[in-house]
Design a protein around this ligand. Structure first.
Ligand code: NAP
Ligand code: SF4
Length: 676
């Protein structure tokens, strides 16, 4: 039973006493590239500070040109820039919170040509080869870190976080994988640790005791030639002696072939590793990665695995996470579902981050807290999928009278299929949040109710919003009505109809989801053991990089082929940061991929295709169609004149490239438009 008591027991970090155990973690938001970086960042942090978080860590700020993660990213090297940062710290302090500036030197992950590293070894995720640093350049870089910290202090920051994990610069020095030097900065553990420890000591000396130094250290590297837990513990002890105030625990390098923050990773999966660091030091230790609910956070603190919890994306999803936890409004928290779709995938596409479940995130100045509308309107919403739900809630919040019609017996639309996919159970949280908010804001929900024109006319609505969504695309292949054929909705709803030999036509997001759904081998293992086994993680962390070198499980339970007509790589439409995980999962389960073909017909013999100029028949028990969607617009004509405004949102408006993020954003945007 969640009580959240421990999470609100004050804690002393260096010179600060914090009222709760939540740290808002560092995030790349992309706002540094916006037209008003400091104004928008201040607004973003202010909402989270108002929401009760006691310590905020900024996105990464480089201590010099070479360390920039990409051209134009944040850098603090010069007293002229202090005032801009001061605007952020003043805003956060006025909201009674505290803020650390993260110093991020990107090392060999920098996306520009002037990158540097301990050794000239290119990262597999970066086309640029780093220059090996000279002794003098290393000494200069230590000074740059100290200078950056001094400027941060002048700008009013309560301290800094040194990013020493995920395979960035400081981590590159500590890891044998990236540090092949034979001078005083490489070789032995002592030599590899020298640079980060020198930075800590010099910073402490220059800045005195009343300035927090938080170090985000790498605990599990999850790459070959990474260190093991014994070296990580040794390093934690050395950091404490060098004068840091708090350790934050990083898991996995960015180039690791193991997911560490995606939905497929169980909640709290790495608290055991953080606990091993906590065992050897006396300063506070924070746990991170996949902590997205109060319950998980509380369990970690109660079990004494960490002193604080470091949550990043959950604060994109809900700025008021901490206050809601304090007030025991657990069901009202908009939970981060770890999809990465609107946060990290946006960053990788060079866009400003946001959040699938909360499109206001990082757009606070563009969508200020919604006004209570001066002229409340009577609104009908047809369809309780993602777009209809998000619109209904935001419109009701603004004071409109909203009636939501849904022909099914439950809300959710397409989201109901997402939550059935193994590893996507987090979508349950979104459905729970929507249900609680509909109730809270008094939306009248009519389930099992197909809105008809007469009824809508008699109610005299001011606005009718059509959010009836999409339906599976009907293919024109000969034999499409054969008994072996199911569309994806039928397959999700009636899995007992799916045979042993299965062909999936269409390899977009839903084709991949379907392949995972029908090949999942349900086991009785607890989720963290299953995850460790499946990805080859040493649960004791004793092996180099905590890698076992083998995986366990993934027995093939069906013969499945995923098909697409186009040639080339499968999964191109999947998310940049999660697509590779889906691909790896299917590979482990023996799913075959077949592309560059035409579908000819379906009959008792199976699916007939043309490929490389030849006609072939592929036998199949079941053929599942995952070939995209069409708008579900049957009602569109009959309702078009039934209210002064009839507006389409979500899939019924634009089916191309529609996903849950776009649908929710559409709903929220329309509510703003009608209310401001
Ligand atoms: P989709 O991504 O558009 O994929 C449809 C697939 O069907 C394509 O592989 C396409 O490949 C094939 N196709 C299209 N028209 C066809 C036709 N006339 N005949 C035969 N095959 C055809 O659609 P979706 O999979 O339904 O996904 C819908 C939306 O939800 C997308 O925006 C998707 O990104 C999102 N989503 C994402 C995820 C995820 O990222 N994990 C999961 C679920 C949904 P060929 O034309 O080459 O055959
Ligand atoms: Fe979490 Fe997804 Fe929102 Fe990112 S986009 S913060 S992963 S819910």
């Amino acid at each position: 039973m969640t009580s959240s008591k421990q999470l609100f027991t004050p804690i002393k970090i260096g010179h600060l006493t914090l009222p709760n155990r939540f740290i808002m973690g560092s995030m790349h938001t992309g706002l540094d590239h916006s037209d008003d970086p400091f104004g928008r960042l201040a607004a973003f942090y202010k909402e989270r500070a108002d929401g009760g978080v006691s310590l905020i860590v900024t996105g990464g700020v480089s201590p010099n040109e070479e360390g920039l993660i990409s051209p134009g990213a944040m850098m603090l090297t010069n007293a002229e820039h202090v005032e801009q940062y001061k605007f952020i710290t003043d805003t956060v302090h006025k909201a009674n919170s505290n803020i650390l500036m993260q110093i991020l030197h990107a090392g060999r992950y920098a996306k520009h040509e002037n990158l540097v590293a301990p050794s000239a070894i290119r990262s597999p995720i970066n086309p640029f080869v780093p220059k090996e640093m000279s002794d003098a350049e290393i000494m200069q870089t230590i000074d740059d870190f100290v200078n950056c910290a001094q400027l941060a202090q002048q700008a009013g920051f309560d301290g800094i976080e040194l990013l020493g994990s995920e395979g960035y610069f400081l981590n590159e020095f500590t890891a044998p994988r990236t540090n092949h030097r034979s001078d005083q900065w490489g070789g032995s553990f002592e030599n590899r640790s020298r640079l980060p420890l020198d930075i800590v000591r010099s910073t402490r000396k220059a800045l005195g005791e009343n300035f927090i130094i938080q170090y985000r250290m790498s605990v599990l590297e999850l790459v070959e030639d990474g260190w093991n837990i014994d070296e990580a513990q040794q390093f934690a002890i050395a950091l404490e002696s060098a004068g840091i105030d708090i350790i934050n625990t990083g898991i996995g390098w960015h180039e690791a072939a193991i997911p560490t923050i995606a939905m497929q990773v169980p909640r709290g999966a790495f608290a055991w590793a953080t606990a091993k660091i906590k065992q050897v030091v006396n300063i506070p230790v924070a746990a991170a990665n996949r902590i997205n609910t109060v319950e998980v956070a509380e369990k970690i603190i109660d079990n004494n695995e960490a002193d604080m919890v470091y949550l990043s994306r959950p604060f994109l999803a809900d700025a008021d996470f901490v206050n809601k936890a304090k007030n025991q409004q657990f069901d009202e928290i908009n939970t981060c579902i770890a999809c990465n779709q609107s946060c990290l995938d946006h960053i990788f596409a060079g866009k400003i981050a946001s959040c699938l479940v909360n499109p206001r995130a990082c757009h606070e100045t563009l969508y200020p807290a919604i006004n209570t509308s001066t002229s409340a309107q009577k609104i009908a919403v047809i369809g309780a999928g993602a777009a209809g739900l998000s619109f209904s809630i935001e419109a009701a919040k603004a004071g409109h009278s909203v009636t939501l019609y849904e022909s099914a017996s439950t809300i959710g639309g397409q989201l109901l299929y997402a939550h059935l996919v193994p590893g996507k159970e987090e979508f349950d949280e979104l459905l729970r949040y929507f249900a609680v908010m509909l109730d809270k804001y008094g939306v009248s929900v009519k389930l099992n109710c197909t809105a008809d024109a007469n009824q809508l006319q008699s109610e005299q609505y001011d606005v009718i919003v059509l959010s009836s969504g999409i339906k599976p695309r009907q293919l024109g292949i000969s034999g499409i009505n054969h008994a072996s054929v199911l569309n994806y909705q039928e397959a999700f709803n009636q899995p007992n109809k799916i045979g042993q030999k299965v062909l999936i036509l269409g390899a977009g997001g839903i084709g991949f989801d379907m392949a995972e759904f029908i090949t999942h081998n349900h086991s009785n293992k607890d989720p963290i053991t299953e995850y460790n086994d499946s990805w080859g993680i040493d649960p004791e962390g004793k092996k180099p990089g905590a890698l076992l070198g083998k995986t366990v499980g993934n027995k093939q339970i069906r013969d499945v082929t995923l098909m697409q007509r186009k040639s080339g790589k499968f999964g191109r439409s999947l998310g940049k940061t999660t697509g590779w995980i889906h691909q790896a999962e299917l590979h482990k389960r023996g799913v075959k991929l077949l592309g560059d073909l035409e579908y000819i017909k379906i009959d008792d013999a199976g699916l007939h295709i043309e490929r490389e100029g030849e006609i072939r028949v592929i036998p199949a028990d079941t053929i599942i169609i995952c070939a995209g969607q069409e708008p579900c617009d049957e009602l569109a004509d009959s309702i078009s004149t039934l209210a002064p405004k009839v507006i389409h949102i979500g899939g019924v408006k634009e089916v191309r490239e529609l996903d849950a993020a776009q649908a929710i954003r559409d709903g929220v945007r329309l509510a703003y438009k009608l209310s401001n």
